[in-house]
Design a protein around this ligand. Structure first.
Ligand SMILES: Nc1ncnc2c1ncn2[C@@H]1O[C@H](COP(=O)(O)OP(=O)(O)OP(=O)(O)O)[C@@H](O)[C@H]1O
Ligand SMILES: [Mg+2]
Length: 392
């Protein structure tokens, strides 16, 4: 054994953590700090260095509505266990009274209806998406500032000891869970930093933000406002149990535009993997994208309503076109915007495109949730798929 003095690089991440990082950056626009914190904690867990008897990580996500807090949790779950549905979501506002708490933990034996209650937070629910290789759970407590005292007590136990005692005294182990808590606390202060209503800065800051120029100083100010709001509202014994508090940044126009691109891609992937097996390709002109952006995003609600705008203006009309056989497998559909009627318009630009040509036209780098993308659906020629559709 010789003596060495080789310098090591502790900033490198292992292969698995790196894969998670790449996946998250593909799915989430901006919010780099939040992604970094998840990677750090995951890496610590993989290396076996996480503290025993605690959840893998306790995260508090603050920041404006529609900035990706929930989406990031779903994306983590998609990347690690292949399904966004693995996230157990608890909307704290729904559990104000003791009978509602019983929905979470079940009622004690002997209570009326004891046998019928299936606690939302049982071990079975937690382990639902575990596989031989990956035994991770994701629990998301939304709007924790609205939690009742009873719920707070449950939450403190989970954060500190990774255990929850159910109504019938069974214990639930959270030591393989990542716990995420979200709150819009401080969002008002943050938006007033971005939108000063008086003085020289009024209007200018907002214009800069809209153009995507949220400078470092402003970001720091926003982050501080969030952290301070959390410290004012939450008891120290709670804040002490949090591993990482991350303040999500408000999204500007360039980010929202990128998110639109991601969401459109998800719709396209859905078409490729749909049960009808007659895939086609659509593409939006810039005015059509601008219209969806206007309808689905704004500075106040971030990307909150984007999906709904896409569903209403794009997915529903496309579904009608498919149902009436106006759009068929192998088609290339151009989606434009008609300002005179304030509506998206649809044109068939090509038909009978071979599957490989269609695949080449779309960005398949963002893998859809595992199992939904069937390669068979695009390997088949459109004619065959249409014929198959007609035989049904
Ligand atoms: N940073 C982002 N990257 C990618 N998609 C995003 C991002 N932010 C928002 N979105 C899109 O907007 C939708 C709404 O965002 P999300 O549900 O994550 O908001 P939130 O921050 O949890 O808001 P709230 O505080 O109201 O719960 C997401 O489903 C996603 O489609
Ligand atoms: Mg949310």
């Amino acid at each position: 054994m010789g003596r060495l003095n080789r310098q090591l690089d502790p900033t490198q991440t292992g292969f698995e953590a790196e894969k998670l990082e790449v996946d998250l950056h593909k799915r989430i626009v901006g919010q780099d700090e939040a992604i970094e914190q998840i990677i750090n904690i995951y890496q610590t867990y993989l290396a076996g260095m996480a503290s025993a008897g605690r959840p893998i990580g306790n995260f508090l996500f603050l920041g404006p509505t529609g900035s990706g807090k929930t989406r990031l949790v779903e994306a983590t779950s998609e990347s690690l266990v292949g399904d966004a549905r693995a996230v157990i979501k608890i909307d704290c506002a729904e559990f104000q009274h003791s009978h509602e708490i019983a929905k979470l933990i079940g009622s004690p034996p002997g209570y009326l209806g004891h046998r019928e209650t299936h606690p939302l937070l049982s071990q079975e629910v937690l382990n639902q998406y575990h596989t031989e290789k990956m035994k991770l759970s994701f629990v998301l407590f939304d709007e924790i500032e609205k939690a009742s005292d009873a719920l707070w007590n449950l939450l403190l136990g989970i954060l500190d000891k990774a255990t929850l005692t159910l109504g019938d005294n069974r214990r639930v182990d959270f030591s393989r869970a990542m716990i995420f808590m979200t709150s819009n606390l401080g969002a008002a202060e943050m938006s007033s930093i971005l939108r000063p209503s008086v003085g020289f800065a009024a209007g200018e800051t907002e214009r800069q933000h809209a153009a995507g120029v949220v400078d470092e100083e402003l970001s720091d100010k926003i982050a501080r406002a969030g952290q301070e709001a959390a410290r004012r509202k939450f008891a120290p014994e709670f804040m002490n149990r949090i591993d990482k508090t991350v303040v999500f940044k408000p999204l500007g126009e360039p980010e929202l535009r990128k998110i639109l691109g991601l969401e459109l891609n998800i719709v396209q992937q859905r078409i490729f993997s749909s049960a009808s097996g007659a895939p086609f390709v659509f593409s939006l002109t810039e005015p059509a994208k601008d219209y969806l952006l206007r309808m689905g995003t704004d500075m106040k609600y971030g990307a909150r309503h984007l999906k709904r705008a896409i569903d209403r203006n794009l997915v529903h009309p496309l579904s009608n076109l498919i149902a009436t056989d106006q759009v068929r497998g192998g088609d290339l559909i151009r989606v434009d915007f008609d300002g005179s009627v304030e509506r998206l318009t649809f044109f068939k630009e090509a038909e009978d495109m071979p599957a490989y040509a269609m695949v080449q036209m779309v960005d398949t780098s963002i893998a859809p949730p595992l199992g939904t993308f069937s390669a068979g659906a695009v390997a088949e020629t459109p004619r065959a798929a249409n014929a198959r559709g007609q035989r049904r």
